[in-house]
Design a binder for this molecule. Structure first.
Ligand code: DGP
Length: 114
């Protein structure tokens, strides 16, 4: 497993408020929440960016999205709605190079993003 900040959270070397875990995925609350609900869903196996995801990662990427959707449903967020974001590299606003999906919910989100 490559050593990213988020891999250290997976290994429990850095504390995080973990809200979901399965064999392949970990989800925890963002340290700088941009909405009342801001949870990051990451694959335990680090892929640096979406651009580096390979066809073999398709199932894992799908599982990440479905895990976020299931979490939103469980937490009663689905009816009002939510946003899923993946930032890719500099212009996309990515700061941690371990692919992750942001789940944002709990307020009306504006569009387009800044
Ligand atoms: P991005 O900019 O898309 O790479 O998002 C990275 C997010 O990770 C950002 O919203 C802040 C969050 N983050 C950074 N460091 C930590 C940390 O140590 N713990 C937690 N829970 N979140 C972090």
């Amino acid at each position: 497993m490559s050593d990213t900040l988020f891999s250290r959270i997976v290994r429990r070397e850095i504390p995080a408020d973990i809200v979901y875990e399965d064999e392949e995925i970990l989800a925890f609350r963002d340290i700088h929440p941009q909405a009342p609900v801001h949870v990051l869903f990451i694959p335990k196996r680090a892929i640096p960016t979406l651009d580096e995801a390979a066809p073999e990662d398709a199932l894992l990427l799908g599982k990440l999205m479905l895990a976020a959707a299931a979490y939103a449903r469980r937490e009663g967020l689905a009816e009002r709605g939510y946003r899923i974001v993946i930032n890719c590299r500099g212009d996309g606003g990515q700061s941690v190079y371990h692919l992750h999906l942001h789940l944002l919910a709990g307020r009306r989100l504006s569009w387009p993003p800044g």
